[in-house]
Write a protein that binds this ligand. Structure first.
Ligand code: SF4
Ligand code: SF4
Ligand code: SF4
Length: 284
């Protein structure tokens, strides 16, 4: 006879989220940055076949869930997943799994090593307690495929160009690739419009004459974003070329959030109540 564990909080800790069908759970598994190995996928497939309905669900935050696990099998699936080195996903008042795009390791537009940063952040912070919840995203360039502005803490790669006039042959390649219309060429002169430039670095990649060069490259940090019932876009906090500064700011932002948050507040709510300068002064 299988022991029936009906402690919903304990089950949630183990990644089992109650379904609308009585005694059935969707098992949330830990996955950072949307990267999982083939062994991970085989273990999930095996468990879904044996204890679910033969499919897995990919969540909006790059996580993996196995729906329709019956209460009687929750312990068995947990043991099987642990044996495969796959822990439960986080829910409740915790730092969630970090989401990230493929960044410079794979994507042609990538300006930073998103997956490398994601792995480091996940090791340091995944599952740690916070006043309400805390979501972190890393995206490789201003295209923001990972929507960093919708996260409590978002990291985005940037590359700001500088025009070196003496190398330019007016081939217009940079003008063609700039979808922000930040480069115009008129009467033999090239204009770089700073107010339109989003620092995607594509003009630097496109230029074969070294006439568009990198002025500054690194990380833009956004804070206080969230979606849900009361969405809020994150505030741009600062830019830095130094990855260590990003980690330092993340640690200080978490300290600030833990110290300042009232019951049920996300970081964005704290910023709305105390002002972005309050956070800015603390972390800088
Ligand atoms: S955000 Fe940029 S680097 Fe990341 S996947 Fe999108 S285009 Fe590529
Ligand atoms: S791509 Fe380079 S060489 Fe061509 S117009 Fe732009 S800056 Fe000049
Ligand atoms: S960095 Fe991007 S937005 Fe800025 S000028 Fe170059 S191509 Fe345009």
């Amino acid at each position: 006879m299988v022991k029936r564990n009906t402690d919903k909080d304990l089950l949630k800790e183990k990644g089992f989220l109650s379904q609308r069908q009585e005694d059935y759970f969707s098992m949330r598994l830990h996955a950072a940055g949307g990267n999982v190995t083939s062994d991970y996928l085989r273990a999930v497939a095996d468990a879904a076949d044996k204890y679910g309905k033969g499919y897995a669900h990919i969540t909006s935050r790059q996580g993996v869930e196995i729906p329709f696990v019956h209460l009687d099998y929750t312990d068995t699936v947990s043991e099987q997943m642990n044996a495969a080195g796959i822990g439960p996903g986080a829910s409740g008042k915790k730092i969630r799994a970090v989401v990230a795009c493929q960044g410079e390791r794979v994507c042609k537009r990538g300006l930073i090593d998103c997956q490398g940063m994601c792995e480091k952040i996940d090791v340091l912070y995944f599952g740690k307690p916070v006043p309400y919840k805390f979501k972190i995203a890393v995206t490789g360039c201003p295209s923001s495929c990972l929507k960093v502005q919708e996260n409590d803490f978002g990291i985005m790669g940037f590359s700001e160009p500088v025009f070196v006039e003496e190398n330019c042959v007016m081939c217009r390649q940079c003008e063609k690739v700039c979808s922000s219309s930040a480069i115009t060429i008129d009467n033999g002169s090239l204009y770089l419009h700073r107010n339109k430039c989003v620092s995607c670095g594509l003009c630097v990649q496109a230029c074969r004459r070294d006439a568009m060069q990198v002025k500054e490259q690194g990380y833009t940090i956004f804070v206080g974003g969230k979606v849900g019932k009361r969405p809020r876009m994150g505030d741009r906090l600062l830019r830095t070329e130094n990855q260590e500064v990003v980690f330092d700011i993340l640690e200080k932002t978490l300290e600030y959030y833990r110290e300042k948050a009232l019951e049920g507040e996300r970081l964005g709510d704290v910023i709305d109540r105390c002002g972005i300068d309050d956070l800015g002064e603390t972390v800088k």
